[in-house]
Design a protein around this ligand. Structure first.
Ligand code: C5P
Length: 224
């Protein structure tokens, strides 16, 4: 472990998409690359934190210096996160699927000549960020979520911060023309209890470092 400003602290990060099984070969997923979450995990470890990264399916290598737990579904992500608690810092960067097929077919679903396409009933996934941020003895000292919006970014993210009881929200505009999803850089507003702060467009790795510097400064302040 590095001898940085977060030495002695435990951090837990989610990253990447989740895959929700339809049958043994098919799933519902999304285009999250995991780049931002993995970069945050790496930066936290570089600052000396003991990091557990719970990662959905991504093409990325496990970041150096982190304990990486690979999962597929939202239910598995929640279970892995709960198992890794307690933590001082929780960063929910994963693009968790909002819904899953209500029942996973045990066998590959078959096409029938001239038959109707199957219907897939959906069930709502647990909200991992809201679950971990809820008040209680295991609540991390600093809980940070993301809000990917395509309009009214600060307004929606401010509401999301309160609704999910997250300390901070990093709000980003993911309209197609911004190239944020899957891209290498990101443009966010940091939403805290004090308001919204606009950050410049940064490489996801640089954004991660800036976030970690802010985390270190805040926890140092809090522990005074
Ligand atoms: O509600 P929405 O999906 O926009 O919220 C985004 C934030 O909540 C992200 O930090 C994401 O990681 C987290 N989230 C979660 N579990 C869900 C849905 C979102 O942890 N089921």
């Amino acid at each position: 472990l590095s001898d940085g400003p977060l030495k002695g602290l435990k951090a837990l990060v989610t990253s990447g998409p989740t895959y929700e099984a339809i049958d043994p070969v098919r799933f519902i997923g999304n285009r999250s690359s995991g780049k931002q979450g993995h970069a945050i995990a790496l930066a936290l470890a570089a600052a000396g934190a003991e990091v557990t990264l719970v990662a959905g399916p991504t093409a990325l290598a496990d970041p150096t210096g982190c304990k990486t737990v690979r999962i597929e579904s939202a239910a598995e992500m929640l279970a892995a996160v709960q198992k890794a608690l307690p933590a001082d810092i929780f960063v929910a960067a994963a693009a968790v699927a909002d819904w899953r097929p209500a029942a996973e077919a045990a066998q590959k679903m078959k096409k029938r000549d001239g038959g109707e396409p199957p219907r897939i009933d959906l069930a709502t996934n647990p909200d991992i960020l809201a679950t971990i941020a809820a008040p209680g003895p295991k609540r991390p000292r600093l809980v940070i979520g993301f809000a990917a919006e395509t309009e009214k970014v600060v307004e929606y993210a401010t509401a999301k911060r309160q609704k999910k009881n997250s300390d901070w929200i990093l709000a980003n505009d993911v309209s197609a023309e911004t190239g944020t999803f899957g891209g290498s850089d990101n443009k966010v507003h940091l939403i805290t209890a004090d308001g919204a702060e606009e950050w410049p467009r940064l490489a996801k790795t640089d954004l991660a470092q800036r976030l970690v510097a802010r985390i270190a400064a805040t926890l140092k302040d809090k522990s005074k």
